[in-house]
Design a binder for this molecule. Structure first.
Ligand SMILES: [Zn+2]
Length: 322
């Protein structure tokens, strides 16, 4: 009994820790849970994520490598939420209590038989797309369930139950709970994975700063200036040749957002899709520039809502530190 109590305590402390300190989820949940998220293409999601990381004061001064890593972590959270919702809806399919919007971190992939576990589900997210992840998980035989249900559905723990408890009634109750979960447990099937697409898989590599170009065109048109390569170059403070080469290299992608009419010089304008993307980007810039964290309010390195901390001895926040 004593052993169980201490194990339970450790579990609860860990759960508490996980729920409170998943700061990647806490800070970026408004984007992860954005109801229009999957109206965006994978490329647009990536562009907006980059903008968020560049405008949020706790991440804006980090190195390129750290920024890339944070974007990857956020994308992994989005993948996990998307996969669970496509397979099971937004609640734990066993208890119906925990939901993916508030408790995403408490969902785990649970093997039907933990002794046959070959792969740790979380190791798949960095390199695989959503449809690839579910194919692999289907072969593992298991389901996404909340950690409450997972803790009861732990085979090894069930085998020890007679040694942990003396109370026969309690043992029966735990066994009943276990069997209830087992009955409801729906392992990922071929049919279920048909619903899972790849909303985060980019078809082109986003290397350039698309956001700056879209915004340049937007501001120039608001000022009534003809939008040519020259005026864009002036506005962005770059060479004419840099603009020319950007348009050449990225024309296929840019044509979704910008009109490329014939003319000498070409006078560009934004398509409705371009204006819509700019308005979404502006929404998230504004949201993350003004996102208040209690721990930052009285910090010396928080100047006009901008974090000027750029090393770990200035800010103790784990996002800066790691
Ligand atoms: Zn549950």
């Amino acid at each position: 009994m004593l052993l169980f109590c201490s194990l339970l305590q450790i579990f609860l402390i860990l759960l508490h820790h996980i729920m409170i300190y998943d700061f990647y989820y806490i800070f970026f949940k408004d984007f992860i849970n954005y109801n229009k998220l999957f109206n965006f293409s994978a490329e647009e999601i990536f562009i907006i994520l980059k903008v968020i990381i560049h405008n949020f004061r706790l991440t804006m001064n980090l190195s390129k490598k750290k920024k890339r890593n944070i974007i990857k972590i956020i994308k992994n959270r989005i993948k996990k939420k998307y996969i669970i919702e496509q397979l099971y809806g937004n609640k734990c399919h066993i208890c119906g209590e925990f939901d993916t919007k508030i408790h995403l971190r408490t969902f785990d992939f649970s093997h039907f038989n933990s002794k046959k576990k070959k792969i740790d589900a979380s190791s798949l997210f960095d390199t695989k797309s959503c449809s690839e992840i579910v194919k692999t998980l289907k072969d593992e035989v298991g389901a996404y369930i909340c950690s409450n249900c997972h803790s009861v559905f732990d085979m090894e723990y069930l085998e020890l139950i007679n040694e942990i408890y003396d109370d026969k009634e309690l043992i029966e109750k735990i066994k009943t709970d276990y069997h209830k979960i087992k009955m409801k447990f729906t392992a990922i099937s071929d049919k279920m994975i048909n619903n899972v697409k790849d909303p985060l898989k980019k078809t082109i590599n986003i290397t350039g700063n698309y956001k700056n170009y879209l915004f340049a065109i937007y501001y120039l048109s608001n000022q009534g200036i003809d939008i040519t390569k020259k005026s864009i170059a002036n506005y962005l403070g770059v060479d004419y040749d840099a603009v020319k080469s950007f348009f050449l290299r990225h024309r296929n992608f840019l044509e979704k957002y910008i009109n490329f009419p014939y003319g000498n010089p070409t006078i560009y304008s934004l398509k409705i899709k371009g204006l819509k993307l700019i308005s979404e980007i502006e929404y998230f810039i504004n949201f993350y520039q003004t996102f208040q964290l209690e721990e930052c309010i009285n910090c010396n390195f928080n100047v006009r809502k901008k974090c000027i901390a750029n090393s770990s001895n200035q800010c103790s926040h784990p996002i800066i530190k790691n």
